[in-house]
Design a protein around this ligand. Structure first.
Ligand SMILES: *Cc1c(COP(=O)(O)O)cnc(C)c1O
Length: 271
């Protein structure tokens, strides 16, 4: 809903959207609904994006991308994207649903490694959801004041939908405190990720390159993924099979998602 609001408020018929090919469905839907020209670039491919940006003379340009890719667990080259967007006078909308609360020292998300002034770039729009690490529901958008004012006035899924319940806002205050203060949860996650990757190395399926809690094990064929999903479920382990059309044809996988509440024993049991 936040992606729909932001994208449709910022661009329209005369504009162009550039999108990573593996973006989340909500960004794709938002792009289609905006009626802007929708150009996709190969996953993480800044060189192609640069060529596409060079070629356009559209009124407004908007680059949209997952910051952490939801089915792959890998991360967008945020600094490179930001620099390209500055050069070509384009906006960058980052969807950090899986980075917020998890990445960075205080869980600040995928922008953690940027300098303060880069984070305040006028063409950067940061969006994150609150149903994942924050454990509540909803989303927020952070950007410079004129952008936020535009979203408040023109964000249709914001203006035409009943506001989030106050109880969610109240629960979120506690979540934010835990996210900020409990570095041990992120340290625990990092340990579990390292252990899992180490344990799974010898298996016959390819572990995709991910440093986040999303750890996909590529089986290729859907049937194989489903077979493993069922076998694990029998043992009380929930690792869903992800198949086309959620992922490209021939790229079926088991999507392992780790949480700080897992233990090393859990990890060892899985492997
Ligand atoms: C989960 C997810 C969303 C949607 O968030 P909800 O809170 O479930 O609506 C949007 N973008 C990305 C990248 C996601 O992974």
């Amino acid at each position: 809903m936040a992606n729909l609001a932001a994208v449709t408020a910022l661009v329209g018929r005369e504009d162009v959207i550039f999108a990573d090919r593996l973006n989340h469905a909500s960004l794709n839907d938002a792009a289609l609904l905006s009626r802007a020209r929708f150009i996709r670039y190969p996953h993480l491919d800044l060189a192609t994006l640069e060529k596409q940006l060079e070629k356009t003379d559209a009124r407004r340009k908007l680059v949209i991308t997952d910051a952490v890719f939801s089915m792959d667990g890998d991360t967008a080259p945020v600094a490179g994207l930001l620099a390209l967007c500055r050069r070509f006078d384009a906006w960058l909308l980052l969807d950090d649903a899986h980075g917020f609360g998890v990445l960075g020292e205080r869980g600040s998300g995928s922008l953690y490694s940027l300098q303060q002034e880069e984070r305040a770039a006028p063409h950067l729009i940061y969006m994150a959801t609150l149903g994942k690490a924050a454990g509540v529901s909803g989303a927020f958008v952070a950007a410079q004041a004129p952008v936020i004012e535009t979203l408040i006035q023109h964000g249709r899924t914001y203006g035409y939908t009943t506001a989030a319940a106050p109880l969610l806002a109240h629960a979120l205050l506690t979540s934010l405190q835990l996210i900020e203060q409990h570095s041990w949860r992120r340290e625990q996650l990092a340990r579990l990720i390292g252990r899992l990757r180490n344990n799974l190395q010898p298996l016959p399926w390819q572990l995709l390159p991910s440093e986040t809690p999303i750890q996909p094990l590529l089986t290729g064929e859907s049937q194989e993924a489903v077979r493993l999903d069922l076998a694990l479920r029998e043992q009380g382990i929930w690792v869903p099979a992800i198949r086309p059309p959620t992922v490209p044809e021939g790229r079926a996988r088991l999507r392992i998602s780790l949480s700080a509440a897992h233990t090393e024993t859990d990890i060892d049991r899985l492997s």
